[in-house]
Design a protein around this ligand. Structure first.
Ligand code: NAP
Length: 307
């Protein structure tokens, strides 16, 4: 029986760390602020924005919310972005995607100052991730790195397989694993024998968007299996790319959906916003995803669900 990595517990421990640091910054007169911009009425986006605001309150950041109508023009949105770029109280700017069809995501993202781009989607930040000289890590892959770190499994020298090559998950995920000296293979829809490649992985990250396509015969005995997928099964129930019930006995560590990667994404957004505030104030940032070797056994146990 593999250990089930409790994303909520890992996320809570990350947010606790951020909260402590934020309180220390406050003592030095430094406030951390995140601006979240939402355009239109997309219900899923509204939930995400609400959760981000709640997370800001939890860790002690000031959140600035801008809810703009669906009819907002590119010019109006850019005007707001420029105003937030110039606002000293705002350390991070997040424009909730997807934007309504008449607005071009790329144009908007490219106008956010890279040092305030806490989603790490700006080409400057994407390039920095490539060369390993980054302040911000893209939130979902960074969350995955935290979950792997929580297992205590070293990435160096391990066979790592990432399934999916999107710009926001698969590609940066592979880069982060490579920077940790994993031997990384990226799979996609044209990969010839996915089962054969995936089953070589000591660390398998699935970011496909297809419900339960990864079954036990795709995984190596004892592997770390991280499921990024947020899919719906045949009954409309939230599930991942990994067939959890089928794989949990073969994996060494496995994330559930929900309750795995999902809670980590917002925690890492908070981490990036804190980093932005520290960089702006000339305070050195420690690497957020170092393996937690020093964690006491009792604390370590809290990061896993026991069935
Ligand atoms: P995406 O842009 O649609 O990319 C999916 C990737 O999977 C593509 O590279 C695609 O290959 C590959 N793929 C599709 N079918 C495949 C197959 N049968 N075998 C192998 N590879 C296959 O999706 P995304 O934005 O990366 O998101 C992936 C999943 O993660 C989705 O379920 C999404 O909801 C979830 N997600 C979760 C979070 C979170 O916070 N938990 C955040 C972001 C995304 P091609 O490139 O060849 O088409």
């Amino acid at each position: 029986m593999g250990l089930i990595i409790d994303g909520k517990a890992v996320s809570a421990s990350v947010k606790e760390r951020i909260k402590e640091e934020t309180a220390r910054l406050k003592e030095q007169g430094i406030e951390v602020g995140l601006a979240v911009v939402i355009v239109g009425e997309d219900p899923a986006s509204k939930v995400y924005v609400r959760n981000k605001k709640k997370a800001c309150e939890e860790v002690g950041f000031t959140s600035y919310e801008y809810a703009l109508p669906e009819s907002t023009t590119e010019e109006e949105l850019l005007e707001l972005v420029n105003r937030l770029n110039a606002d000293d109280k705002v350390n991070g700017i997040l424009v909730q995607l997807p934007l309504p069809k008449h607005l071009d995501d790329k144009v908007i993202i490219n106008n956010i100052l890279p040092e305030k781009d806490v989603d790490a989607f700006h080409p400057v930040n994407v390039g920095k991730i490539m060369i390993g000289d980054y302040s911000f890590l893209p939130c979902t892959p960074a969350g995955v790195m935290e979950l792997i770190a929580a297992t205590g499994v070293e990435i160096q020298g391990k066979e790592c397989v990432v399934i999916g090559r999107s710009n926001i998950v698969g590609k940066p995920m592979a880069m982060l694993l490579l920077h940790k000296s994993g031997t990384v293979t990226i799979c996609h829809s044209k990969t010839k024998d996915l089962k054969e490649v995936a089953s070589r992985a000591d660390i398998l990250v699935a970011a496909v968007g297809k419900p339960k396509i990864i079954t036990a015969d795709y995984i190596k005995e004892g592997a770390v299996v991280i499921d990024v997928g947020m899919d719906r099964d045949e009954n409309g129930k939230l599930c991942g790319d990994v067939d959890f019930e089928n794989c949990k006995d073969k994996a060494g560590y496995i994330t559930p959906v929900p309750g795995g990667v999902g809670p980590m994404t917002i925690a890492m957004l908070m981490q990036n916003t804190l980093t932005a505030a520290k960089v702006k104030n000339g305070i050195r940032s420690e690497e957020p995803t170092a393996p937690r070797k020093e964690r006491a056994m009792s604390d370590w146990n809290k990061l896993f669900l026991h069935t």
